[in-house]
Design a protein around this ligand. Structure first.
Ligand code: SF4
Ligand code: SF4
Length: 387
């Protein structure tokens, strides 16, 4: 018997008049928005706004028109809504289209650092304490609006990883440095998720990102909205749609194992479209560890991690010396050499913060010979799922 339900609804484009009924349909399949958001509740809505500022058409951020469709529904239930993310520059809200949307709907738009963070104790897989944005802690209901994207370190970013944005930037950078392997870093993400549980997740899969996500991949139209009370199940279904085995994606694997949601497709009821009709053929995954990591015995994980994780390399012809990679790097590996960025391989822990920060596609991801071999083996092993 299914333990969780995920609604999957088609949505053609980011057009406000068309999107609202499609979001309503997704939520109606789950019993209606009122089931998750009580009238008059204080609601925090977490969108995905990756710094530096990005316009919505690049496919990096949760699209503001998509967010507006969800927010307009919530606004009918409560006036106490805060939309937020932690961004380096407040300009992200203008460039991303959020300032305009929130003004139009009369809801608060907050850079999480402006209200501060509070310490939270937990008995996590890795973390024993963490700092969470006060605005998130004070909310009665959390609504999660992630973007469906690939991720160079974690393979996939969606509902669980969206909450990495509710901790302070400095801590985000430090945790990357302290827990560099994809498996361990996913534990960190699941630890944070375990203390910020959303009542409702509605995923923007209308234009997803494939390839070298989360910032330098290619927008890929999927035309889908996914919704559920179970954020883990939303990730699992999204992963299945793009050709991944959910339980071999570390975040889903850890969250399922720890009982924070359902990552096993056999225990998820998919409502609306069937999985078979929405599968994205030939969806390009990032040149990173991927599913094979789940098959590697723990004793050789460290060795394998070195080879299966891509190495960031600066493409000098594209580098405009903006310095974003240098500021994002937790170890000092990304530096300037003359007028271009350069990466010191000895110091690099392959956390991909520089790749995520660069908006000029000037940091390429390279796999060594072993990495390319494993990647080819992975494609062969999982060829039956990539129809
Ligand atoms: S590699 Fe990218 S982020 Fe780094 S300095 Fe060059 S353009 Fe900026
Ligand atoms: S160079 Fe990039 S991948 Fe390497 S440690 Fe610095 S930010 Fe992380």
């Amino acid at each position: 018997m299914a333990k969780s339900a995920v609604a999957v609804v088609r949505a053609g484009r980011y057009e406000a008049a068309e999107l609202r009924p499609q979001v309503e349909r997704a939520l109606a399949l789950l019993g209606g928005v009122e089931k998750f958001v009580p009238r008059g509740a204080r609601v925090f809505v977490k969108v995905n706004l990756l710094p530096p500022p990005s316009p919505p058409e690049r496919g990096i951020i949760t699209h503001p028109t998509f967010a507006e469709a969800v927010l307009s529904l919530l606004r009918e239930l409560t006036p106490h809504i805060t939309v937020g993310d932690d961004v380096h520059e407040a300009r992200s809200f203008e460039v991303g289209g959020y300032r305009e949307v929130c003004q139009r709907l009369g809801v608060e738009l907050l850079n999480l650092r402006d209200r501060g963070f509070e310490e939270v104790s937990l008995n996590g897989g890795v973390l024993k304490r963490v700092y969470i944005a006060k605005a998130v802690r004070e909310a009665e209901v959390i609504v999660n609006l992630p973007k469906l994207k690939t991720h160079a370190l974690t393979t996939f970013t969606g509902a669980i990883k969206n909450f990495y944005g509710v901790i302070p930037t400095g801590l985000r950078t430090a945790l990357h440095g302290e827990h560099p392997s994809p498996a361990e870093f996913a534990e960190v993400l699941v630890d944070i998720f375990s203390v910020v549980r959303p009542a409702l997740t509605v995923m923007d899969g209308i234009v997803a990102m494939e390839g070298a996500g989360p910032a330098n991949g290619t927008p890929r139209p999927l035309g889908l909205i996914l919704a559920s009370a179970d954020a883990v199940a939303v990730d699992a279904v999204a992963q299945a749609i793009i050709g991944l085995d959910p339980l071999r994606v570390w975040t889903t694997h850890h969250a399922h194992r720890r009982g924070l949601g359902v990552g096993d497709l056999r225990e998820i009821a998919i409502l609306g479209e069937s999985l078979e009709t929405v599968r994205a053929k030939d969806f390009r995954l990032p040149p990173a560890a991927g599913e094979m990591m789940g098959r590697i015995p723990p004793r050789i994980t460290r060795w394998a991690t070195r080879h299966l994780q891509a190495q960031p390399v600066v493409v000098p012809a594209r580098c405009v010396a903006c310095g974003a990679c240098v500021r994002a790097c937790p170890t000092g590996a990304a530096q300037f050499r003359g007028k271009k960025a350069w990466i010191d391989r000895k110091k690099c822990i392959r956390c991909m913060c520089c790749h995520e920060a660069c908006r000029y596609d000037a940091i390429a991801l390279h796999l060594d010979l072993w990495g390319r071999f494993f990647r080819a083996a992975e494609r062969w092993v999982y060829r039956d799922r990539r129809r």
